[in-house]
Design a protein around this ligand. Structure first.
Ligand code: DGJ
Length: 595
């Protein structure tokens, strides 16, 4: 739809994609300056949706560091309600997604209309319920600190907004988004590939490692069935803590005396893949890059700079800055055979001011930063199509569809506590597919929460995502080592179903002490049920979990207990939990094969 403003000389081109076989409409807007003078854009939305009088609830997805994506539901009242980020990232504190739902909508029934913005920077969702109860939803780049000078003949492209609808409740809506994001947003070699099981050294060593320690982890990993070793933060410059070296993407010879290639080769000799951590958008004051180019850091002239995690942010609105990081990364990637990159981003932007832009153009810096980031990622995924990229941002601070376009998986949270993860993964699944969500078993007591959970519960929670381990394998007891082998064997047998099957939420950790979810194959011939209990109580609890999405006309054989149930039985009566599971934080998994 092309709208023309003859008075100022502009065209607004509204582009819609309407899918044949999906309840999805996408929308974006492009403004073209057809006049012979400059235009200033102060706000430009991707989508506006007007709905007639209706009583909706709105679901937003706020969170915080180590507690990301905790959905909240509220009545949509008169006036303006806004959900947004001004942190120059999609953020921990508010994910770029909202859903409008009927009062009676729950996981399984009722209308649910979700709106997702495909953008990784400042976003804004504004909902206004007016005097006659009509509702207007506007979403797009946040107008905070935004101003764009549009020269004659130039255009401005907004990010795309995706609307997904279901009459079958929140699970129905989530599946619409899961399928769309998997099929049409994620791309590349790993789009539908089974993702490798990882051992990441971060929670095992933090910055404290050397060749010997890494070799030990690699040697321990292989016999357990682990498929990839990821070397996390601390391998570059002279980085031994978080005070230095960001921006210096060359190997830390003091720690890795044999260089990175030696570690890669050793990993490959064990027939495992090798992955490496980068934080490309950051710069430490104590770095070679900062000494050479202090102006590369975002800062306001003659004012102090705000450090966060002891680091500053590179000015990715400048092409030469992006080029510098691209060239440094290519030097590594061309020499070291890498299979995977973890792309971290550990602070938000402050002093969003570019020393390369004049006063007129400072309002563009925030969006140009995101464009610079996308440019760097595009160049890298194009040049290295065999590398699996994983997004990360101080845990899950940039878990969005913009990143998903470049990186088919992301780290949802630094909180690896199995109990907290129930909520984080449940909340993340409202919008994002399981194939995009990584989850690792870490030590108990957990390093973030101090909570103790069994190895089994930790495994079952982590197996509900893209699976891996993040602990010192050398410290495992023999019993745990056996458990790791079993978990890996089980995950390998079922990972395709987990990563690409239909995910159905059954019992919510936000509403109940018992939690359950399941994975069903599209042809309904198999299903995997995960049941968790948070705290044990002697109070009588309903302990039959009703499954969903099965074929009611066939029987399913529970391979764990060797019992057979009708699909209708599992959905209407449910499966009773094992009453011998006393104690806090327990889990049960059942694999059903249809007959
Ligand atoms: C934050 C990430 O979320 C962690 O997994 C780890 O990579 C650290 N950064 C490293 O600094």
């Amino acid at each position: 739809v092309t709208l023309v403003d003859e008075t100022i000389g502009a065209q607004l081109i509204l582009s819609y994609t309407i899918y044949n076989e999906r309840p999805v409409i996408t929308r974006n807007a492009r403004l073209v300056n057809t006049s012979n003078q400059e235009l200033r854009i102060e706000k430009i939305a991707s989508m506006q949706l007007d709905l007639t009088k209706h009583d909706y609830d709105v679901i937003s997805v706020p969170g915080q560091y180590a507690l990301e994506r905790q959905p909240e539901r509220q009545e949509l009242r008169r006036g303006i309600t806004e959900f947004s980020s001004r942190r120059n990232s999609s953020s921990h504190h508010m994910n770029p997604f909202v859903a409008l739902v009927d009062k009676n909508t729950d996981e399984f029934q009722g209308n649910a209309l979700g709106v997702l913005l495909v953008y990784s920077g400042n976003h804004q969702f504004t909902l206004e319920k007016d005097q006659i109860d009509q509702i207007r939803l506007i979403t797009g780049i946040n107008d905070y600190n935004f101003e764009w000078v549009l020269e004659p003949g130039k255009d401005f492209q907004t990010p795309e907004a995706i609307m997904g609808f279901s009459q079958c409740g929140l699970n129905g809506m989530s599946q619409v988004f899961h399928k769309l994001l998997r099929d049409r947003v994620a791309r590349g070699k790993y789009q539908y590939a089974d993702r490798p099981i990882v051992i990441n050294n971060w929670e095992a060593t933090f910055f404290d490692f050397d060749d010997k320690k890494l070799d030990q982890i690699i040697d321990e990993a292989k016999p357990l069935g682990i498929e990839m070793f990821v070397l996390d933060d601390g391998w570059f410059g002279h980085r031994n803590d978080d005070n230095s070296s960001l921006g210096d993407w060359f190997v830390n010879q003091d720690k890795l005396t044999g260089g990175l290639k030696r570690v890669a080769d050793r990993t490959h000799e064990h027939c495992m893949k090798f992955g490496l951590w980068f934080e490309p958008e950051m710069i430490s004051v104590d770095s070679k890059l900062y000494k050479e180019h202090p102006d590369y850091a975002l800062h306001e002239p003659n004012r102090g700079m705000t450090l966060s995690r002891n680091q500053l942010v590179l000015d990715f609105s400048r092409k030469e800055v992006v080029d510098n990081i691209y060239n440094q990364m290519c030097l590594i990637l061309d020499k070291v055979p890498l299979d995977y990159i973890k792309w971290d981003f550990n602070r938000n932007l402050t002093e969003v001011f570019s020393s390369a832009a004049d006063a007129e153009h400072q309002g563009e810096v925030s969006h140009r930063y995101v464009l610079g980031l996308y440019d760097l990622m595009e160049r890298l995924v194009t040049r290295y199509p065999n590398i699996l990229f994983e997004g990360c941002s101080g845990g899950g601070g940039r878990f969005d569809a913009g990143i998903l376009y470049y990186m088919p998986q992301s780290w949802p949270s630094d909180d690896t506590d199995a109990v907290e993860r129930l909520k984080i993964q449940y909340g993340t699944s409202l919008t994002y597919p399981i194939s995009s969500m990584t989850a690792h078993v870490s030590v108990s007591p957990n390093q973030q929460t101090g909570r103790s959970t069994s190895f089994k519960m930790r495994g079952d929670v982590a197996m509900s995502g893209v699976f891996g381990y993040e602990l010192d394998l050398a410290d495992l007891t023999e019993e745990d080592r056996q458990m790791v082998k079993e978990q890996i064997k089980f995950y390998k047998a079922h990972r395709h179903l987990i990563q690409y099957g239909d995910f159905i939420r059954l019992e919510s950790p936000f509403d109940s002490n018992t939690v359950a979810w399941e994975f069903v194959s599209p042809d309904k011939s198999e299903a995997l049920l995960f049941m968790f209990k948070q705290l044990h109580t002697n109070r009588f609890e309903i302990n039959n979990t009703k499954m969903a999405g099965l074929d009611p006309t066939i029987d399913y054989h529970d391979e764990m207990t060797d019992k057979t149930y009708g699909g209708d039985e599992l959905m209407n009566v449910g499966l009773f939990r094992d009453p011998t599971h006393t104690g806090d934080f327990t889990s049960e998994v059942h694999y059903f094969k249809g007959k």
